[in-house]
Design a protein around this ligand. Sequence first.
Ligand SMILES: *[C@@H]1O[C@H](CO)[C@@H](O)[C@H](O)[C@H]1NC(C)=O
Ligand SMILES: *[C@@H]1O[C@H](CO)[C@@H](O)[C@H](O)[C@H]1NC(C)=O
Ligand SMILES: *[C@@H]1O[C@H](CO)[C@@H](O)[C@H](O)[C@H]1NC(C)=O
Ligand SMILES: *[C@@H]1O[C@H](CO)[C@@H](O)[C@H](O)[C@H]1NC(C)=O
Length: 396
Amino acid sequence: MYLKALVLLLLALKSYCVQNFTLEQVLILSRHNVRTPLSKNLADFTPKHWPAWKEKSGYLTAKGALLEGYMGEYLALWLNKQGLLQEKCPKEDIFFVYANTAQRTLASAKAFVNKGFPGCEVKIHHTSEPKDPIFNPVVHNTSALFKLEAIEQMKMLLKSLHLNGSYVDLEEILNYKQSEYCLTEHKCNLLTDTNKIFVNVGVKPNLEGPLKISKSVIDSFIMENYEGFPKNEVAWGQLNNKEQWNLVLDLSKGYHSVIFNTTLIARDLAKPLLTYMRDLILDKKYRISFLMGHDANIYTVLKSLDFKPYSLKGQYEMTPAGGKLVFQKWKDQNSGICYLKVEYVYQCTNQMREGRRLSMDNPPEFTSLQLEGCKTDDSGFCLWDDFVALLNSLVD
Ligand SMILES: *[C@@H]1O[C@H](CO)[C@@H](O)[C@H](O)[C@H]1NC(C)=O
Ligand SMILES: *[C@@H]1O[C@H](CO)[C@@H](O)[C@H](O)[C@H]1NC(C)=O
Ligand SMILES: *[C@@H]1O[C@H](CO)[C@@H](O)[C@H](O)[C@H]1NC(C)=O
Ligand SMILES: *[C@@H]1O[C@H](CO)[C@@H](O)[C@H](O)[C@H]1NC(C)=O
């Protein structure tokens, strides 16, 4: 008798405490997938031969399209499992897709929807301008003070980096002293050559010098690795373990930190995108919005919203190719209160290199992110209203 009463009491307590969360809305901000190297003068920085790519510079590769298709398949399944997307072919008032006009972003969006929603006609919205201002990470603020402050902050960040070991390693990998650049420009020392800072209205904040050179060649190593080039061709076989990769990757992280990782610059660069995101979520109220852009968009949105530092297991990059920030609005049906959860959804380096299809048994990684201004519980939820207030404070 007592036992039965106790069991009943426990059951009642359980149903009282259990939160009944349903997923109400999702915004996905994605980086395009694997592309060929952007820099056209890589050959200047090493006497070695770079691997040959089939596609034009800066284009999505066939491997990139394959991997993005896997993400499309998986996330369509995931959205369905969460109960957010029951329709086989979602109409655009439910599922809104917007991509930057670059080939690699349009082709990535296409790969995602073609595999995620096969046989459906999902429209990929984009502008007809060569550079869509929403995704273009350029300086908008025309005041002299902004320029002064931005340069000052970039200088401080540059000074704070500890990259000696990384530079030494990279010089060796490249055989930099024998490079065309060293021989003709007489700039042969990554450690001591100067980095110049550029902040100008209408263009991306930029650097010239060893950090930029390093970032460009490392970007190529990363893409070679994802693409699946033989191990002895990826960085000429000289990056053989996690420690070596991480050491040189510090250069790439340092570069992106200097140009994107200050609140002043990030908020200026990302304002059009943040405005657009707020519009999609709060005004247009699409159930699912999907935006396909670049690492610059992810870096600047992360910094603008003031996310806490994070690390991505199984990845060398801070913003992996094909990686997605997934903003989720969850509703507790018992209390009626809405919550935000943000996860970084991405494929590990090995998953990408091996090119295995994603499935519930071979899922991408989901890493919970936290906002400084929105206190999260153990499950990664913070109050939706706090997020809305934050978004509104950043846009006009
Ligand atoms: C959770 O909420 C949904 C929608 O209100 C309801 O249909 C379902 O029965 C609830 N489940 C539990 C376990 O309370
Ligand atoms: C431009 O930058 C200055 C200096 O940081 C700032 O005071 C001003 O509000 C900014 N203007 C706009 C339109 O954001
Ligand atoms: C890094 O290298 C520079 C240039 O050679 C040198 O001035 C500096 O002291 C080094 N820093 C450390 C921490 O070794
Ligand atoms: C930005 O800078 C912070 C330190 O201020 C650092 O913890 C974080 O990892 C950086 N973020 C990125 C994406 O590099």
